[in-house]
Design a binder for this molecule. Structure first.
Ligand code: NAP
Length: 310
């Protein structure tokens, strides 16, 4: 197979008529869209640095194509794959085994293929935790956190916050019922009365200005776990006028080039501290590498490739 220009993605039809390259492609990211993903830059740098003769590629796989995609990567003896939207939740029903934390959060972003079995893991949650410590020098357990979104990334992030016993956790989502389901699944973590005052430790709220404004006054960290910011036409996920200087803002979306995401820009203009999702990308990728190869990931090479690849 001819080498493809960076950011090009293979399709299901390519997997069906697979012609291998040198070094062979045995890892990849499956998603729709997937062209924005920096995982190939990140993981190929790690493979090179670790002298593993293998490549990692992008695969544009639609939601309905995922079962066939999984069948093919098993047949082609891939080492593993990452999953990005919209596959993280759906994948659970298609895998042979799912690690306990991923099963509990209901989202898988990393698949390892061992002895022909597809095994699912979540590395987004641990990656998010390490990113927050790196960006803001704080631990999740000390924070009141508002998560925007209730999809795969939001679930992984929310469960990590819960596992680390954060002070309080609020989920706001476009489809309120999905925020309610997520908080219901998290309720067993929030039994102790850690926060003084009238606010609940765990709450689902509608995606409305008044509800968001009230919560932001009782929040330290706001996390965007929606795709808002991925498209060039997107503004910040919530109106800039709601942002306040006391906040830390973490945007799971990451920007290309030297540019900032709309959410990071809006937060900084409001006087808040803010960071985009590159640090989470690096840490979730490092954890995935460790799962695939059972050895420590060359994290500095990954970080460098990621910023250089922008
Ligand atoms: P997903 O499972 O498809 O979930 C998307 C979520 O965003 C849902 O809660 C959805 O709400 C909400 N949403 C979608 N479009 C919206 C809109 N126009 N307005 C308001 N809410 C909207 O996707 P995902 O896998 O969680 O990924 C979400 C984002 O996180 C992606 O941009 C991805 O790149 C990023 N991410 C980054 C990293 C990293 O390492 N930095 C890791 C994981 C994910 P409904 O429930 O109403 O549909």
């Amino acid at each position: 197979m001819k080498s493809k220009p960076a950011r090009k993605a293979y399709a299901l039809a390519d997997l069906q008529n697979w012609q291998d390259s040198d070094p062979p492609i045995r890892l990849g990211v499956l998603g729709d869209p997937v062209e924005h993903s920096l995982s190939p830059e990140l993981q190929n740098a790690a493979l090179q640095q670790s002298k593993i003769k293998m490549q990692y590629a992008r695969f544009h796989i639609l939601a309905r194509e995922l079962p066939e995609g999984f069948r093919l990567i098993r047949e082609l003896k891939f080492v593993g794959v990452n999953l990005t939207l919209p596959h993280k939740v759906r994948a659970l029903d298609l895998l042979d085994e799912v690690d306990r934390d991923a099963k509990r959060s209901g989202a898988v972003n990393t698949v390892a293929i061992r002895d022909g079995k597809l095994i699912g893991f979540d590395t987004d949650g641990p990656g998010f935790s390490r990113a927050i410590r790196e960006e803001f020098a704080v631990d999740l357990r000390d924070l009141r956190i508002l998560v925007l979104g209730a999809g795969g990334a939001a679930r992984a992030i929310a469960f990590q916050c819960a596992r680390e016993n954060c002070e309080r956790l609020v989920i706001a989502n476009r489809t309120f019922a999905n925020a309610e389901t997520l908080t219901k699944n998290l309720s067993e973590f929030f039994v102790g009365p850690r926060v003084l005052g009238p606010v609940a430790r765990l709450q689902a709220i509608p995606w409305e200005d008044a509800a968001l404004r009230f919560q932001i006054a009782n929040t330290d960290l706001v996390v965007n776990a929606t795709p808002l910011g991925l498209s060039a036409n997107d503004g910040p996920p919530i109106p800039a006028r709601l942002l306040q200087p006391h906040l830390m803002v973490y945007d799971a979306v990451y920007a290309r080039g030297q540019s900032r995401t709309p959410f990071v820009t809006a937060a900084m203009e409001a006087g808040a501290r803010a960071a985009s999702g590159l640090s989470m990308l690096v840490h979730q990728g490092a954890r995935a590498f460790e799962i695939w190869f059972g050895s420590a990931a060359p994290i500095e090479a990954m970080r460098k490739a990621c910023s250089g690849g922008l």
